[in-house]
Ligand binder design. Structure first.
Ligand code: MRU
Length: 348
């Protein structure tokens, strides 16, 4: 289903496309342990909340295989706990990582030891396939609520990469865009560059062009100007973690886009599966925001673009308050004007 092997099981190992090399090279890497997969998550070989969840699940499965092969029956649970803890600490914001671990953990305890590696692998594969299905459903539901201009193509802005590359396949925000292309036909996408890591420029525009979707790249500071010219009908983004009240953590810059969308009366839609909703965190203030290395800001594509000694901040995500969100799209339905009560209902 996926056009890319974002995180799959191949030849008894975890196989992932190295997203750091896109759009120049399509290289696949293979991993044999939880700590290798954790490094790959931290180093951005794989990124995007649902894709991180899938990679984590396969990381647990490959760790079980590795430990079983070592034949250490007495150390089995301690060794697995260590591998899972390493995965848990790899990146803090996308809740899908903890969600995947929490889904694998009970199986580790309830399955006879000799069957654990097979059972964990089966569960990781379930997570992967379910994610693709969720993306397809979100795509269909999201496309149905988009505006339909009659005199010109529907113009959609997106931020960061919430595409096939960020999920097990098809994408959340880009899933809505793919479904809109099928449902509405004439669409146009404005992809924000997404400084400093350039997910919009390197990944979203690459992925959409591969799919034949009309895509225009903007730097992040062009968003207000382009909106003020009436060029955007709707914004659709993904999320790394949604708090119980509908506050949305997503890639840095999303909040700015949401404020500008409000200013220009443009609907702001967030697409994310239930695995990205964190009911334990009442609002966005409780979501941990990852601070990434300074050289992502002082350098652009490997070349220094700021003087030595300058102070740097590099928060990788920001929080968009629920009041700026027109609707959230999940695989269980669309929630307009999200709040705690409406989100809780999705889980009933
Ligand atoms: O730092 P990244 O590239 O992992 O951040 C990804 C995002 O912010 C995406 O928008 C989000 O994970 C949604 S992916 C369907």
């Amino acid at each position: 289903m996926s056009i890319f092997d974002v995180a799959v099981w191949k030849n008894g190992r975890v196989c992932m496309m190295d997203q750091r090399l896109l759009p120049d090279e399509e290289v696949y890497l293979e991993f044999d342990s939880a700590s290798e997969v954790a490094d790959a998550i931290r180093d951005m070989v794989v990124r995007g909340a649902p894709a991180i969840g899938c990679a984590t699940a396969f990381g647990v499965a490959v760790e079980a295989k590795r430990i079983a092969a070592l034949g250490m029956p007495n150390f089995w649970s301690e060794a697995m706990a260590e591998g899972m803890q390493t995965l848990r600490q790899s990146r803090p914001t996308a809740v899908n990582l903890a969600w995947a671990l929490d889904r694998m953990q009970p199986l580790l305890e309830s399955t006879p030891k000799e069957d654990v590696p097979k059972r964990l692998l089966q569960e990781a594969e379930n997570i992967r396939l379910e994610d693709i299905e969720s993306c397809k459903t979100m795509g269909r539901l999201g496309a149905e609520i988009l505006p339909r201009p009659t005199d010109r193509p529907l113009s959609i802005m997106t931020h960061c990469n919430a595409g096939a590359l960020a999920t097990a396949g098809y994408g959340t925000a880009l899933g809505v865009i793919r479904a809109a292309r099928d449902l509405i036909g004439d669409i146009k996408v404005y992809a924000n560059e997404t400084r400093p890591y350039l997910q919009g420029a390197r990944l979203t525009s690459w992925e959409l062009l591969k799919d034949g979707i009309d895509t225009t790249l903007l730097t992040d500071n062009m968003v207000g100007h382009i909106m003020s010219k009436g060029l955007i009908d709707v914004v659709v983004v993904g999320t790394d973690r949604m708090a119980a009240n509908g506050d949305v953590a997503n890639k840095i810059g999303t909040y700015t886009v949401a404020v500008l969308a409000k200013r220009h009366n443009i609907p702001f839609i967030v697409a994310g599966p239930l695995s990205t909703i964190d009911l334990q965190t009442p609002d966005g203030s409780g979501i941990p925001i990852e601070e990434r290395p300074a050289d992502e800001v002082t350098h652009c594509l490997g070349k220094r673009s700021a003087p030595m000694g300058v102070g740097v901040r590099n928060p990788a995500f920001d929080i968009t308050p629920a009041e700026l969100v027109t609707a959230i799209v999940t695989e269980k339905g669309v929630v307009p004007d999200p709040n705690t009560a409406k989100i809780k209902k999705l889980f009933e």
